[in-house]
Ligand binder design. Structure first.
Ligand code: KG4
Ligand code: ZN
Length: 331
């Protein structure tokens, strides 16, 4: 089945064609074409994503990206579109575009949960078998979720953040340091030349029972540190902040792997692009005897390949999501 994926939940206009086959126990995906048109330069001067600007850019980009992705009308069997979670005006543009395309081409339309896109992205181009039970960590700009997966259709959320998401904390700390948006990659770069032990920032909820996260206190701790230490090195702040995040993610993942007898650990979402975070969690998996899986790097941040792949699994699960913008959709 050839699926055209459309992703406009935040500030990336993504479209992709994916060839999907196989049963839910062993799905296979082949990426035919994928385009992501980034709006970073547009939002950068505002220090973050401006929803109505995102909408304007999606409206402008969608026809262009569509012409590049869908070269022949009969190239596809179905259309998939992100219905949530995300920014309402941004989601809306993709959904309206998808509806029209579906009518014009007379192809069925499948609504996709963006978080399932991130979750399933580890199965794209995956040659090995990911063994269950697995612990999956979704870390993005909008979400920080830890879950137990028993199969590709059965899972249980163990915990999520009570306040800021990890990516959001990276972006906010970057802003305090005067770094451009998006802050995650900038902090990662700076952290390389800093000392992760220079500053003892808090590790929120690290020893708590349960699997909830909280990162807003860590962000505030960085703010106070900056106020009181005007000469502090940005590289040390970045590196120490990143280390706090790593320690929390590693500790919670360790607890989840042990309590659930997990055989795999999956790391996905935009923050999974961070090499230090990846290698810390890979190290944990090795120590715990679990397999470590994370999508190939360009599939971590928002893209439409994961939306097309998730649409295939949504269909196999016989799940139907209403085709309307659902900004607060969860897993
Ligand atoms: O998944 P994503 O593209 O969008 C959402 O669904 O939110 O994630 C974007 C987030 C941003 O907060 C960005 O700063 C963060 O992922 N991010 C990173 C890195 N690359 C992207 N955070 C830390 N290190 C990175 N290398
Ligand atoms: Zn995302």
């Amino acid at each position: 089945m050839r699926i055209l994926g459309i992703e406009t939940s935040c500030d990336d206009t993504g479209m992709a064609i994916v060839e999907a086959a196989g049963p839910i126990t062993r799905p296979r995906f082949k990426v035919v074409r994928s385009i992501v048109s980034s709006q970073i330069p547009v939002h950068r001067e505002f220090g973050g994503v401006v929803p109505n600007l995102a909408k304007r850019e999606h409206l402008r980009n969608l026809p262009i990206v569509s012409r590049e992705t869908l070269r022949r009308k009969n190239d596809i069997d179905a259309i998939a579109v992100t219905v949530g979670p995300g920014l309402d005006p941004a989601l809306w543009t993709g959904i309206e575009f998808a509806k029209r395309l579906s009518e014009d081409l007379k192809k069925p339309l499948i609504g996709v949960n963006h978080l399932e896109g991130h979750l399933y992205s580890s199965w794209i181009n995956m040659k090995e078998t990911i063994e269950f039970p697995a612990i999956a960590l979704i870390v993005s700009g909008g979400h920080t979720i830890i879950m137990r997966m028993d199969s590709l259709k059965k899972w249980k959320k163990l915990g999520e953040t009570k306040d800021d998401a990890v990516g959001e904390a990276f972006d906010k700390v970057a802003r305090m340091l005067g770094l451009p948006y998006p802050g995650g990659p900038e902090i990662e770069k700076l952290a390389k030349s800093g000392n992760p032990k220079a500053i003892a920032f808090p590790r929120p909820l690290i020893k708590n029972d349960g699997f909830e996260f909280s990162f807003s206190g860590l962000k505030t701790a960085v703010l106070y540190y900056l106020r009181d230490n005007l000469k502090a090195k940005k590289a040390d702040i970045s590196s120490s902040f990143q280390q706090s995040i790593i320690d929390v993610l590693v500790e919670k993942s360790k607890k989840a792997i042990r309590e659930n007898g997990a055989r795999s650990l999956i790391l996905c979402g935009g923050v999974a692009s961070n090499k230090s975070i990846r290698s810390a969690l890979r190290g944990l998996s090795v120590r715990e005897g679990a397999g470590f899986y994370s999508p190939q790097v360009n599939l971590n941040t928002d893209n439409a390949v994961m939306i097309a792949a998730a649409a295939y699994l949504t269909k196999l699960r016989k799940k139907n999501l209403a085709i309307r913008s659902q900004p607060n959709l969860n897993l």
